[in-house]
Design a protein around this ligand. Structure first.
Ligand code: TRP
Ligand code: SF4
Length: 368
């Protein structure tokens, strides 16, 4: 059977293509050649767009002091979508960039209304899984938004002087004070590591989900407005597709039955996966005849993002699916077994990091 479909990225790319168009992000293809090493996230267009990633990569190649900074909001449990971001950080850490992870406890408190006494538990969970997934505990800087030095907070106050309500509303829609503060705080997160006091990193890359682009646009504008006074430079950014939940919509802790949490008990992981939305046909006979539709399938996503790292094995899953050779039950079970192995390993490592007290060594405590 002649197979002409390309499993790497053609599905749903149209929607992301529109995003690129509408917001003026850059598509990822022209940048692929500049990467220090191939990574399936880029090749499969899971990372689909960017702003000035090319400049950042060129600076890296020239031995620049490059940094990558991203943030986690401690407002729920860590899920597979977060694992993707950690994997991106690990990739850049292996290629010499300094990695900073901000724990957005102020944002979680003010915008998501997380109780103060829950913030630390969620934060600890994020950090333990970030280390378990392979970030170097001795090279990664973790910090809390509520526990920085004065230079960081000064930025928030300075930024507030050079942005208007109209501009913020054009970027975000209507905004209450908590969100205004959170946006300016995020700009300070992204820009403060350019300050001498915080390392003086000139080339900063922010890997995030596409939903964070408004923050990136605001931050880049602020960098321009403070290019003289603070010598700030525009940060670069890159955008990944959302990990889809097991019902096909965005994976989110607000719909826990469709998200795979790294801390889920193994039998829960199994039952979630076995119920996942696939691209299978109504009956087994129909599927044998017509083949499945992997581009619709959340289990295929699991293979593409996390399980079938080499192209050969992803191609096998794809071909077995569209030819009708494999039926969904079998395919799910295989995905489930592999995912369980991966998650069990992460859980054990995360537990070890916590019980060894390492979390306390790698973070500065929040002042909340
Ligand atoms: N707002 C981000 C979120 O909702 C968290 C965050 C805070 C962040 N500061 C950041 C992300 C700086 C990237 C860079 O998850
Ligand atoms: Fe998805 Fe596998 Fe079923 Fe194809 S066979 S639709 S990839 S679960």
């Amino acid at each position: 059977m002649a197979i002409t479909l390309d499993p790497w990225g053609h599905f749903t790319i149209e929607d992301y293509g529109k995003l690129i168009e509408q917001f003026g992000m850059m598509p990822i293809d022209p940048v692929l050649d500049l990467l220090p090493k191939n990574h399936h996230f880029f090749q499969r267009k899971i990372v689909f767009g960017h702003r000035d990633l090319d400049l950042w990569l060129k600076a890296l190649k020239e031995g620049g002091r490059n940094a990558v900074l991203t943030g986690f909001m401690p407002s729920g449990h860590v899920h597979l979508g977060h694992l993707m971001v950690i994997e991106e950080l690990k990739y850049f850490q292996e290629h010499g960039a300094q990695i900073t992870v901000v724990i957005a406890d102020a944002e979680a408190y003010a915008v998501r209304k997380v109780k103060r006494d829950q913030l630390f538990n969620y934060s600890e969970e994020y950090i333990s899984y970030a280390l378990a997934a392979g970030l170097d505990p001795y090279k990664t800087k973790f910090y809390f938004q509520t526990n920085q030095r004065s230079e960081y907070y000064r930025l928030i106050h300075m930024f507030s002087r050079k942005v208007t309500t109209a501009e913020m509303e054009a970027i975000y829609g209507s905004l209450e004070p908590a969100k205004i503060v959170a946006s300016l705080t995020q700009a300070a997160d992204i820009l403060h590591i350019q300050l001498e006091e915080y390392g003086g990193f000139e080339n900063v890359l922010v890997p995030v989900g596409a939903d964070q682009d408004p923050h990136i646009r605001l931050t880049r504008d602020l960098a321009d407005r403070f290019s003289e006074e603070l010598k700030l430079k525009r940060p670069s950014s890159m955008y990944h597709k959302f990990a889809r939940g097991l019902d096909g919509n965005k994976m989110s802790s607000s719909r826990p039955e469709y998200a795979v949490f790294l801390s889920d008990p193994i039998d829960i992981v199994k039952s979630k996966i076995m119920k996942a939305l696939t691209g299978g046909r109504a009956t087994a006979d129909e599927q044998r005849e017509l083949g499945g539709e992997p581009w619709k399938c959340t289990v295929f996503d699991l293979y593409s993002y996390y399980l079938a790292i080499d192209d050969r094995s992803l191609k096998d899953v794809y071909n077995d699916c569209i030819s009708g050779r494999t039926l969904c039950g079998e395919c799910k079970l295989k995905a489930c077994n592999e995912l369980v192995k991966l998650i069990k390993n992460l859980q054990e490592l995360a537990k070890r990091y916590i019980s060894a007290g390492l979390i306390n060594k790698v973070i500065e405590y929040p002042s909340f």
